[in-house]
Design a protein around this ligand. Structure first.
Ligand SMILES: Cc1cc2nc3c(=O)[nH]c(=O)nc-3n(C[C@H](O)[C@H](O)[C@H](O)COP(=O)(O)OP(=O)(O)OC[C@H]3O[C@@H](n4cnc5c(N)ncnc54)[C@H](O)[C@@H]3O)c2cc1C
Length: 386
């Protein structure tokens, strides 16, 4: 059986190692697995201890496509390759702390299995004639897997070709948008400040999602993992021309802020600068009409409420997202309704889709690579008839 894999990323390589047959990978870059090398700040966070399916998003019912065996499936694969790993705060990384360890193992194993890896070989066209697939008008295959990813990080070769091929072959495409991406907001002079935060996103006044973690305040808006994890909601809502804002609690670890402030003896000006970054304290105080040279207990009840609200419910209008150059994953893609549970097309038998090209996006924390591996293993089982 001759199988073509379009895209030499993580998902494409996993399929190549798992399928029994004569395998060819087409990779448009001059080297494979370029994106994998930059994941997790070069460390590749490939899985998470908490693989609750709520960490995955799609227009379809994700539970029809991802089962609870995702964690074991990914770990079995990593163990088969004898890649030593470690778990830090629930995040899985190679023990070497280097994404290139996984990259090198995948390339080594693919060579050992005689996988034909074609570099600088961009796929422009996929057709099916009878039972045969024809790639770029000349190369013939029995099966094709499209694992060409989507648009995030075009600076290292990411493309949206996969959805072009899919839509040419009559598949439904869920509109794509940048996700796991910094947000642009109304501007404050706070570039460089980092703070603990609990951030809630509101769309048309309704609270949609809350995340907690470190927030980075930047010249254009906000960033950090907790921001990435709310960004998909902002992307979708802004594309629908809805009103989007976030409310930020800058002191999430203080459970009763009223009691905390009530027990302080210094003026508000001093107290705030002992709780949060000085510059942020100044911004908060200049945003509200509360005398900063009084102690908290000297404030009126209304002033206390205003101060607490500004500290724990800082409202910030979201104007947009940064672009694909800064987004770690793309929301949308080939609709899951067009594939079966092994990610084989229901429209074009013998055609499979794996990884990010599908309408599945995961939270930050190893979910996207885990899905790329998992979907490739399931597609391989389908092709091998396991
Ligand atoms: C900076 C950054 C950090 C990230 N960190 C993490 C992380 O720590 N954990 C995590 O889970 N996820 C992370 N992600 C997301 C993760 O990298 C992707 O979800 C994952 O790589 C998707 O795998 P894939 O195989 O589907 O696609 P890709 O890895 O994108 O591979 C697709 C391949 O197809 C090739 N290609 C595209 N079009 C064509 C064509 N027409 N012909 C031939 N080849 C083509 C591309 O060059 C590419 O090599 C990160 C992403 C970025 C950008």
């Amino acid at each position: 059986m001759k199988v073509a894999i379009v895209g030499g990323g993580i998902s494409g390589f996993v399929s190549a190692l798992k399928i029994n047959g004569d395998i060819t990978i087409y990779e448009s870059n001059s080297e494979p697995l370029k994106k994998l090398s930059v994941t997790g700040n070069g460390r590749c966070n490939f899985l998470n201890d908490d693989m609750n399916l709520d960490h995955y998003h799609s227009e379809s019912n994700i539970k029809d496509y991802i089962q609870d065996d995702i964690k074991d499936t990914v770990l079995d694969f990593i163990n088969e390759l004898e890649i030593a790993y470690k778990i830090k705060n629930g995040y899985y990384y190679p023990l070497s702390n280097k994404a290139t360890t996984i990259k090198n193992v995948l390339i080594y194993e693919a060579h050992k299995k005689n996988v034909n890896i074609l570099l600088n070989e961009k796929v422009h066209n996929i057709e099916k004639l009878g039972n045969e697939f024809i790639i770029n008008g000349k190369d013939k295959y029995d099966k094709v897997i499209i694992s060409s990813g989507l648009g995030s990080y075009p600076q290292i070769g990411a493309s949206t070709d996969g959805i072009k091929f899919a839509s040419n072959m009559k598949h439904e495409i869920v509109p794509i948008l940048p996700s796991l991406v910094p947000l642009t907001t109304e501007q404050y002079d706070w570039d460089g400040i980092r703070s603990d935060a609990k951030i809630s996103i509101f769309v048309d006044g309704n609270k949609i999602h809350t995340e907690e973690g470190e927030i980075q305040l930047t010249s254009y808006g906000i960033s950090g993992i907790c921001v990435f994890n709310v960004s998909r909601y902002a992307s979708i809502a802004l594309a629908n021309k809805q009103d989007v804002y976030v409310c930020i609690n800058f002191v999430p670890s203080i459970s009763n802020i009223y009691t905390y402030l009530n027990n302080t003896k210094n003026t508000i000006n001093i107290v705030l600068k002992r709780m949060i970054n000085d510059k942020l304290a100044n911004i908060i105080m200049s945003n509200i009409d509360v005398p900063r040279n009084k102690t908290f207990s000297e404030l009126t009840e209304d002033e206390k409420v205003i101060l607490i609200n500004e500290l724990t419910n800082f409202k910030l209008y979201v104007t947009g997202t940064m672009n694909y150059n800064q987004s770690q994953v793309t929301r949308g893609g080939v609709s899951l309704t067009n594939v079966d549970s092994n990610f084989e097309s229901k429209i074009v038998p013998g055609l499979y889709f794996t990884g990010e090209v599908l309408d599945v996006d995961g939270d930050c924390g190893g979910y996207n690579i885990a899905f790329a591996i998992y979907s490739a293993i399931k597609a391989s089982r389908g092709i091998n008839n396991d």
